[in-house]
Write a protein that binds this ligand. Structure first.
Ligand code: APR
Ligand code: PHB
Length: 399
């Protein structure tokens, strides 16, 4: 082992910062293609696995995981969903994706996706550094960028061809880009989602998205025996003020009578509040630094697009790097930011629209409420509008 204060030099093709789903999937796609890479993560594996996020996979994401060779459990345990239910004014309306556009989504938790990717990383024997402190990015405007970090008192420097910034919204990668080189687009919503996970059977076969005068609610699931539920709460709300009983009462009050009656309650395994935000950083490439996933953009969870956008960014990036290293062709890599952003903005629009359609906004007046009601009525009564929702929810095709 190197003595304290010493410096260890490494070299690789691609240094990946962050071991969330974006970083791990990119690492796996590059490894499968024979491109040398390292993943550098500031937290431990338990922290990464402890984060509970949405669990709806578009077919593009399932295909990416399949290409990465991490689809066995996903195919065995994932639940194929052919539609969703919209609930308002005491009744539920089925939006049948399969009948409308012949497509579906897969319900499989992001925690499980991450677990599968971690196992594949370990099996591949490729390097992954957990608990890397003071990660910093250098010289990405030159031909030989570097990533430095400290681990166990030793400073490491990884020289590479490219850096992939997959370190989420609060990461160091986007922050390393000068303010004058990037443009930020942002909308912060005046509410969050209070979510719980419970070992109880889901209230219905499909997910229920409920719009109610007390606020939005979502009934989701992780398996046939594990449920995930959310209620919209004001941004100032504290999770400590929400006992399980209070949560269940609030959720029940926002559901249609049939679902309220069928709801099975139980102790929560996890309970947390997530703020809602729309955010895009343009461009997504700065010299030899590429941003992917939450490092570049955030969507409110209403359309379940976060993980899927991370997967499509990573697919574009992996294909760009493969084009370069295998065929000496940089065209795909050079088109990365533009291609990603076209897809990102469509998902941003859809997520913003679903959020606006279903939530109660504190400053909305009576006119706004009537318009929201009319939009819901129009949607459930119009095949064209349902098709539009369906094609966005199951995921627009990758270019
Ligand atoms: N150095 C190294 N790693 C870092 C740093 C840093 N300075 N800052 C953050 N990280 C790590 C985090 O600890 C985390 O494990 O980067 C990882 C980023 O993972 P995610 O936040 O899950 O982001 P991403 O991989 O882009 O996944 C997108 O997550 O937020 C959801 O809805 C989103 O489902 C989508 C998915
Ligand atoms: C979830 O299961 O956590 C989930 C599902 C759908 C969403 C958001 C979250 O739109």
């Amino acid at each position: 082992m190197a003595p304290n204060g010493s410096h260890i030099a490494h070299s690789t093709r691609v240094a990946i910062v962050g071991a969330g789903p974006a970083g791990l999937l990119l690492g796996q796609l590059l490894t499968v293609a024979g491109i040398d890479n390292i993943v550098i993560e500031q937290r431990g594996p338990d922290y990464v696995l402890g984060r509970i996020r949405a669990g709806i996979l578009e077919s593009v994401t399932v295909d990416a995981l399949t290409r990465a060779g991490v689809d066995a459990r996903l195919h065995a345990e994932g639940l194929v969903h052919h539609g969703i239910e919209l609930s308002y004014n005491g009744s539920r309306h089925h939006i049948d994706f399969q009948a409308l556009i012949g497509r579906s989504v897969t319900v499989y938790g992001q925690t499980e996706v991450t677990r599968d990717l971690m196992a594949a990383r370990q099996a591949s024997g490729m390097p992954i550094v957990y608990e890397a402190h003071d990660v910093s990015l250098h010289d990405f405007d030159t031909a030989r960028p570097k990533v430095r970090y400290r681990k166990d008192g030793v400073t490491h420097e990884v020289a590479c061809d490219y850096i992939a910034g997959c370190d989420g919204f609060h990461g160091v990668s986007r922050a390393s880009v000068p303010e004058t080189s990037k443009r930020i687009f942002e909308r912060i919503y005046p509410f969050g989602w209070l979510g719980i996970l419970s070992e109880t059977p889901p209230v219905a076969d499909e997910l229920i998205y409920a719009s109610h005068e007390r606020g939005f609610a979502l009934c989701s699931m992780r398996s046939k025996t594990r449920s995930r539920y959310y209620v919209q709460v004001p941004s100032c709300e504290k999770v400590e003020d929400w006992s399980d009983a209070r949560f269940w009462d609030e959720l029940r009050s926002r559901l249609d009578p049939e679902a309220a009656e069928a709801l099975v309650t139980g102790a929560s395994i996890e309970k947390s509040i997530a703020p809602l935000r729309s955010f895009v950083c343009e461009p997504m490439r700065f010299g030899r630094l590429f941003l992917a996933g939450d490092a570049a953009h955030i969507v409110p969870p209403t359309g379940a697009k976060g993980l899927n956008l991370a997967a499509s960014d990573v697919l574009y990036l992996a294909d760009g790097l493969i084009g370069l290293y295998q065929n000496d062709d940089a065209r795909e890599l050079d088109a990365y930011s533009e291609k990603c952003l076209r897809r990102v903005w469509k998902a941003e629009r859809f997520s913003w629209w679903m959020t606006s359609l279903l939530h109660r906004f504190p400053d909305a007046d009576d006119f706004a409420h009537r318009i929201q009601q009319a939009e819901l009525d129009y949607l459930v009564g119009s095949e064209a509008a349902c098709k539009s929702l369906a094609e966005n929810y199951v995921g627009l095709p990758c270019e």
